[in-house]
Design a protein around this ligand. Structure first.
Ligand code: TYM
Length: 348
């Protein structure tokens, strides 16, 4: 990217703030849990102020059934709560309920350059061969993401590795805005926190492809709605190879499926991959897989049970979302008011 902060520009001096979001577009999977949800809770529990939202504006960049969208939003909110986020500590809200997201996104559309967006690999993946039939929103998706982050002047953004390029673009937009309008340090250049224990959980059927809700094979992922038998079955049938469990220090470059299962085991049990490798070295997959299945079920069952309980009581979720939207809007509206001043809009 072309713009970076000039080393002489004064640094942002505001408070530490964590922000992240998850799209309201259907089933959550183990990748979302390990790459995002579990990390949000860890950051919250370390005392960091967290803003976590349901990205429903992002969801509609591809078609969403209007009869399902609100329920999908509640489902993500339920996942936030079930994985340990506490609405008394963290601000949990639907993106569309805070108008400032759309407002700042427009202003950033006029800051970001076409050439920057042309380089976004996620757009290329999602639009596939039919670029001209994709929505314009899908193309400017990362600009809205930058608005999400900078509205709250977030200093750190925990996500899986797939969001790295969008976070770099956010830094570029922040730096260009600060530079173009002569307001050094106005927006922070947020730090991407993409180095968690499992920043890229891979498909159970192909260790070179990311675990994803868009994979046509349901066996490729563990959904947060899967029950214990389904989880155990998917792990039992997960792709491995003809070898045995690796020795510590052995290269796993040619064994992506094995590396993935070890990474999942380590992340679920809060241990290092080296430690887990040492425990299972030389054993057959027939010994390892049932232990991984037990661990996955044991870790996810309380989360999925709590999600189900919450989904049965939408009023409780709605209270959390409404309160979160009010608290988020208080911060976001103040930023937009400042931005409008900086840009020079009429105030009346
Ligand atoms: P989304 O909804 O695709 O994914 C939500 C979070 O889950 C992470 N993730 C994974 N992590 C590890 N392994 C995987 N296989 C895996 N798949 C998904 C994602 O990295 C993400 O952290 N654009 C975002 C939503 C968003 C956002 C934001 C995030 C909108 N605005 C502002 C941060 C800040 C997205 O589509 O995530």
């Amino acid at each position: 990217m072309s713009e970076t902060a000039s080393p002489s520009a004064p640094a942002y001096s505001g408070p530490r703030r964590i922000l992240s979001g998850i799209q309201a577009s259907g089933a959550l999977h183990l990748g979302n849990y390990l790459g995002a949800l579990k990390r949000f809770t860890q950051l919250q529990d370390q005392g960091a102020p967290c803003f976590l939202f349901v990205a429903d504006l992002h969801a509609i960049t591809v078609w969403q059934d209007p009869n399902l969208l609100a329920a999908q939003t509640r489902e993500i909110a339920a996942a936030y709560l079930a994985s340990g986020l506490d609405p008394a500590k963290s601000v949990i809200f639907p993106q569309s309920a805070v108008r400032a997201h759309s407002e700042l996104a427009w202003i950033f559309n006029c800051v970001a350059r076409l050439g920057w967006l042309d380089r976004m690999t996620q757009f290329k993946e999602k639009s596939g061969k039919h670029k001209e039939r994709s929505s314009v929103g899908l193309y400017t998706y990362p600009v809205l993401q930058a608005a999400d982050i900078l509205l709250y002047k977030a200093t750190e953004v925990p996500t899986g590795e797939d969001q790295k390029q969008h976070l770099e673009l956010t830094r570029d937009i922040a730096a260009k805005f600060n530079g173009d309008f002569g307001v050094p340090g106005f927006f922070p250049l947020p730090e991407p926190l993409t180095q968690g224990p499992a920043p890229r959980v891979m498909s159970l059927r192909d260790g070179t492809a990311k675990m994803s809700k868009s994979d046509p094979s349901d066996a490729s992922r563990i959904n947060l709605t899967d029950d214990a038998d389904v989880i155990a079955g998917k792990i039992r049938k997960s792709k491995t190879d003809m070898g045995v469990m690796p020795e510590p220090g052995e290269s796993l470059d040619a064994r992506p499926e094995v590396r993935n299962l070890l990474t999942i085991y380590a992340a679920l049990s809060d241990r290092s991959r080296d430690d887990v490798t040492a425990e299972f070295a030389g054993q057959g997959f027939g010994a390892f897989k049932p232990k991984l299945a037990d661990l996955a079920v044991e870790s996810l069952a309380p989360v999925t049970a709590e999600m189900r309980r919450l989904m049965a009581d939408p009023a409780e979720i709605d209270r959390v979302l409404k309160d979160g939207a009010d608290r988020a809007a208080a911060v976001a509206d103040a930023t937009v008011a400042e931005v409008k001043d900086v840009v020079g809009f009429w105030k009346g």
